[in-house]
Write a protein that binds this ligand. Structure first.
Ligand code: ATP
Ligand code: MG
Length: 282
């Protein structure tokens, strides 16, 4: 049986001095061990939502609003227990650095959680190797490139092994190869450790492998569902100011030419397979 790990009900948020709400009455659920992608145009509220989930931002008091993380209601009493469960890799890696060198930085979260020193060294080394930054362990974080900073920020979170990991555009500065290898690493952790992943991304191709996609548009939730469902709704995607993954563009073009591709053909690999067997029948 799947367990619900995040439950959000009627969540709104307005920044001080802002005229409009950044989030408008959002409700959604996430099952444990799932990969949820959050997509939406610039300013649609994605980062705001991630900061509300771990109590970095606090919504106005409202009896209808509820945020429950792993069975705990988010309130001042449970705040630190909840922060222990969620690791966020922030959109701008510069906002994440606290240590004077890379390894201290990665160790920071472990120190806060009173992990014994010998265990800490092992976990820092393993996390830095996993993201390919072992040889930079004594470097100053400010000296790193944007992509290297993102790798270190990710190492800092995976060292903690939180139950929930939130990636806010965390691989945006990496090249496609680097991005793929980091995403593969996170997927492996998700599978091996039963982690739940929330990935906020502008890279629409990346969302194809998610279990679930949440679409935000100007602070409102406009859709949630499996990739096939989300990307079959062209009108909604267009209205939300988003593009389609290549495979769905291709489906559309083929459909215009009278070739209908079944809905379960939802990845590039499946498409290649399908087109090959179609070709062999002709
Ligand atoms: N600190 C702040 N003070 C006031 N308004 C803010 C603040 N941070 C964000 N906003 C506003 O809240 C809205 C949602 O912003 P948010 O950063 O959550 O969007 P986003 O979906 O993460 O965008 P992006 O894709 O550009 O990262 C925007 O209108 C933004 O201008
Ligand atoms: Mg953002």
């Amino acid at each position: 049986m799947t367990k619900q790990i995040i439950e959000v009900e009627n969540l709104s948020y307005k920044y001080k001095d802002a005229t409009d709400l950044a989030l408008k009455n959002i409700s959604f659920k996430v099952q444990e061990n799932q990969w949820l992608s959050i997509i939406g145009h610039n300013g649609s509220g994605k980062s705001t939502l991630s900061r509300l989930l771990n109590g970095l931002l606090v919504p106005e008091e409202n009896p209808d609003t509820k945020i429950v993380i792993d069975g705990l209601e988010l309130n001042s009493e449970n705040l630190w227990k909840i922060r222990d469960k969620i690791g966020i890799v922030f959109q701008n890696p510069d906002n994440q650095f606290v240590g004077t060198n890379v390894q201290d930085d990665v160790a920071f979260g472990l120190e806060n959680r009173n992990v014994p020193r010998s265990e800490m060294i092992k976990r820092v080394d393993a996390a830095l190797s996993a993201v390919g930054m072992q040889s930079y362990k004594n470097a100053e974080p400010q000296m790193l490139s944007g992509g290297q900073k993102q790798r270190v920020a990710i190492a800092g979170i995976i060292a903690i092994e939180p139950k929930i990991i939130i990636l806010d555009e965390s691989t945006s500065m990496l090249d496609p190869e680097g991005r793929n290898s980091i995403l593969k690493l996170i997927r492996k952790l998700q599978q091996q450790k039963g982690m739940t992943v929330i990935s906020i991304t502008h890279n629409i191709e990346e969302t194809l492998h998610s279990d679930d996609i949440l679409v935000l548009d100007s602070g409102k939730k406009v859709a949630q569902g499996k990739p096939e469902k989300i990307f079959s709704n062209m009108e909604m995607i267009k209205k939300a100011g988003l593009g389609l993954p290549f495979i769905y563009e291709l489906k559309q073009e083929l459909s215009k030419n009278g070739v209908e591709i079944p809905s379960d053909v939802s990845t590039e690999e499946k498409m290649v397979e399908y087109l090959c067997q179609l070709n062999s029948k002709m």
